[in-house]
Design a protein around this ligand. Structure first.
Ligand code: P6P
Length: 332
């Protein structure tokens, strides 16, 4: 006799993101639901962008728009669409008073001055890969505002430092679409089932391997790296580790999180402060990495300890399996 909860003719769908959020919300006595709603708003925007990415080649959404973003990078059509979709979802959701986006120089005010949260976001990272059908991703970071409720938010709301994040996550638009986030405790992954329009819990309580044999860096720059980094990479090659780097941070990060590896973006003459942005790339991924048992550092400090000066500042980053990161740091 099959139990009603796992009959082979009607196997359980699994735990939807909504149900997971609600279950967790009850676990936090003082949770008032705004953060839960904010996470749903992000998931909704992710579903919409997933749909547009999957159709991009069919409705002429690939390619550039002939303009550059604040970073001086050629904006792709989907960069602009993703930026608009997240801004609209967060504004209409009502839980966010301000947004910092990779695509915009200044703070985006939502007009929801009574909202408790601010969001820093890279709406679509790795967009140079869009036209060649390689995985791309969204990275987001959430803070409780420090300015008084009801007033207009300021830069102070965004420059609180990595440890002050209340939640961080990413959406990977890959062979499947997966949303991974943490509210500071466990790290959980939800795979999108388009037939249901739901993210379903697929990777509960993610813990990354303590060691690994995958290294991710742009080998074309390797001769420009500091000597300790060059020595570490030479050792990886000597040990016949696997070099995997696809130019989409979220995809490289996610693979290394699951399999064990290290991602490196060291300083180079072209990017002496590193290329990746602190607020909406390195802080959120470091927040996740540390809660999944990984390390995220520069050569001198943890990423989360860096004091932010400006919302688009960059940082070098070494992030992944603690034994690999410690081996690298031991060479400085
Ligand atoms: P490079 C994409 O532009 C990105 O921000 C990350 O997603 C990626 O890991 C890195 O830059 C690639 O940079 O200089 O190796 O092409």
């Amino acid at each position: 006799m099959h139990s009603r909860t796992s009959h082979p003719l009607a196997l359980p769908v699994g735990t939807t993101l909504d149900r997971y959020i609600m279950n967790r919300q009850y676990a936090f006595a003082y949770a008032t639901g705004e953060l839960s709603q904010l996470l749903r708003d992000i998931a909704l925007a992710g579903k919409i962008i997933n749909r547009e990415i999957n159709r991009a080649g069919l409705i002429d959404l690939t390619g550039g728009i002939g303009a550059q973003n604040v970073q001086g990078e050629n904006q792709q059509k989907l960069d602009v669409i993703a930026d608009i979709r997240f801004e609209r979802a967060l504004k209409n959701g009502g839980e966010v008073c301000a947004i910092i986006s990779e695509e915009e120089e200044e703070i985006i005010f939502t007009g929801n001055n009574h909202a408790k949260y601010v969001v820093a976001i890279d709406p679509l990272d790795g967009s140079s890969n869009i036209d060649v059908n390689v995985s791309i991703g969204t990275i987001f970071s959430i803070y409780r505002r420090v300015t008084p409720i009801g007033t207009e938010p300021t830069m102070d709301d965004f420059l609180q430092g990595g440890h002050e994040q209340v939640a961080a996550g990413y959406i990977l638009y890959g062979s499947s679409t997966i949303l991974v986030y943490t509210t500071g405790h466990s790290v959980n992954g939800f795979t999108y089932d388009a037939s249901l329009g739901e993210f379903i819990l697929s990777h509960p309580d993610l813990q990354s391997p303590a060691d690994g044999t995958i290294y991710s860096c742009n080998d074309g720059n390797a001769d420009l790296y500091e000597e300790p980094v060059r020595a570490y990479l030479a050792d990886c090659r000597k040990k016949q580790y696997t070099g995997r780097y696809i130019g989409s941070l979220v995809a490289d990060f996610h693979r290394n999180l699951l399999k064990g590896g290290i991602y490196l973006y060291p300083p180079t003459p072209k990017n002496p402060e590193g290329k990746l942005r602190l607020l909406y790339e390195c802080y959120p991924l470091a927040f996740i990495a540390e809660r999944a048992g990984c390390r995220a550092v520069t050569r001198t400090e943890s990423i989360l300890d860096i004091k932010p000066d400006s919302v688009h500042q960059r940082t070098p980053i070494f992030m992944g399996a603690p034994k690999m990161v410690d081996d690298l740091l031991s060479r400085f």
